[in-house]
Design a protein around this ligand. Structure first.
Ligand SMILES: CC(C)(COP(=O)(O)OP(=O)(O)OC[C@H]1O[C@@H](n2cnc3c(N)ncnc32)[C@H](O)[C@@H]1OP(=O)(O)O)[C@@H](O)C(=O)NCCC(=O)NCCS
Length: 155
């Protein structure tokens, strides 16, 4: 399995499929909307085995050093074998700055994944989803990169 950055049409198709198959109860992302966000700095990562997509993630750039993890998902047949973890590792390597996300309050697999990478629950938002489910807002706070030498910091 390898994780590729596919911030292009092919990656957008995987996000569309994940959105339809894995997140069908909520918001449906289509490839064209995803590509619009890629144009303004959004990123797509896809986990593949050969050419088969196992899962993927879509991040929207919300400002300087500020990102939303809009969608991360693994197709049901490939879960529980480290794909989500590998996607998250790659995201944290490639995406600088703070990342926030919303997750269903009862979604233990996803919440565990986020907690294990240092995300913190900031608040619970009741009836966040159209299904009536509550959500947690979770944030990964990362300190900005410091200059290499103390002398540079003091200017
Ligand atoms: C959440 C999701 C992406 C995890 O992907 P995955 O490839 O199955 O996860 P991994 O095998 O890489 O496991 C990574 C960590 O996630 C957590 N996790 C995964 N499956 C879990 C489960 N069934 N129960 C509890 N924790 C679980 C654990 O912390 C695990 O680490 P560990 O194996 O060291 O305990 C996947 O379950 C999924 O696509 N769910 C549906 C979509 C979704 O809910 N996305 C997030 C919505 S905001």
């Amino acid at each position: 399995m390898e994780i590729r950055e596919e911030s292009d049409r092919r990656g957008a198709e995987v996000i569309e499929e994940l959105s339809a198959r894995v997140f069908d109860r909520y918001l449906r992302w289509d490839r064209y909307s995803v590509l619009l966000y890629v144009k303004v700095g959004g990123k797509i990562f896809v986990a593949r085995e050969g050419e088969t997509a196992l899962g993927g993630a879509f991040l929207r750039r919300m400002g300087d050093g500020f990102w939303e993890l809009t969608l991360i998902g693994v197709f049901p047949e490939y879960r529980g074998r480290g794909v989500g973890k590998a996607l998250m590792e790659r995201i944290l390597e490639e995406v600088p700055g703070e990342i926030y996300l919303h997750v269903e309050a009862e979604n233990a697999p996803a919440i565990n994944l986020y907690l294990s990478f240092g995300f913190e629950k900031v608040r619970k938002i009741s009836r966040f989803y159209s299904t009536g489910e509550d959500a947690y807002l979770m944030v990964l706070k990362r300190t900005p990169r410091r200059p290499a030498k103390a002398s540079e910091a003091s200017g």
